[in-house]
Design a protein around this ligand. Structure first.
Ligand SMILES: [Zn+2]
Length: 180
């Protein structure tokens, strides 16, 4: 199973740092899929890797026109979005309340992700949301119970937080509840 990425998402992924978006060109996407034989393709339509996706005053936008064109030119081909965490402000606030220092984190609005998932997008990567949820939960345990040193306790809280996020995403973002 090979998942490729075409176009450039601003932000940091592994050791790759990119300052600006380069939206995926639909014709290039067709040629790329045909020539590589990849199984799925991550495209750049305005998502961004990491927690600090956009400047504080920027309104995130996804280029649904590009997604539509790719969908039309590659019918039934699985499209992927990377850098598609919603970055829930309450979770960031909880991190910061319990000793964190995460400023200006901003993500993609849930309604936009939901719309993308109802189109050709079959997989949405949102690791930042899981990282934030786990960190917030563990910070809370440590802040409220400074004597805690049993990983089964604080990691348990982290695991529960992740489960909650995943359940929420399945229902409200991916729309994949009860589907195989
Ligand atoms: Zn990526």
């Amino acid at each position: 199973m090979v998942e490729a990425e075409l176009g450039v998402l601003a932000g940091v992924e592994d050791d790759v740092v990119a300052a600006e978006h380069v939206y995926t060109d639909p014709d290039q996407a067709v040629e790329f899929v045909e020539r590589t034989g990849c199984d799925s393709l991550a495209i750049a339509i305005g998502t961004s890797h990491g927690a600090f996706k956009f400047p504080p005053d920027y309104e995130p936008q996804l280029r649904f026109d590009i997604l539509e064109e790719i969908q039309r030119k590659l019918p039934n081909f699985p499209i992927v979005l990377h850098g598609a965490s919603a970055v829930d402000p309450e979770t960031v606030e909880m991190c910061n309340k319990f000793g964190g220092n995460i400023a200006n984190a901003k993500g993609i609005p849930v309604e936009m992700l939901r719309k993308a998932a109802s189109m050709a997008v079959c997989k949405i990567n949102m690791d930042t949301d899981l990282r934030l949820a786990m960190t917030a939960a563990i910070r809370k345990v440590f802040a409220e119970n400074p004597a805690e040193f049993d990983p089964r306790k604080y990691l348990g809280a982290g695991r529960d937080a992740i489960q909650k996020v995943v359940e929420y995403k399945i229902e409200n973002v991916l729309g994949s509840a009860n589907r195989l």
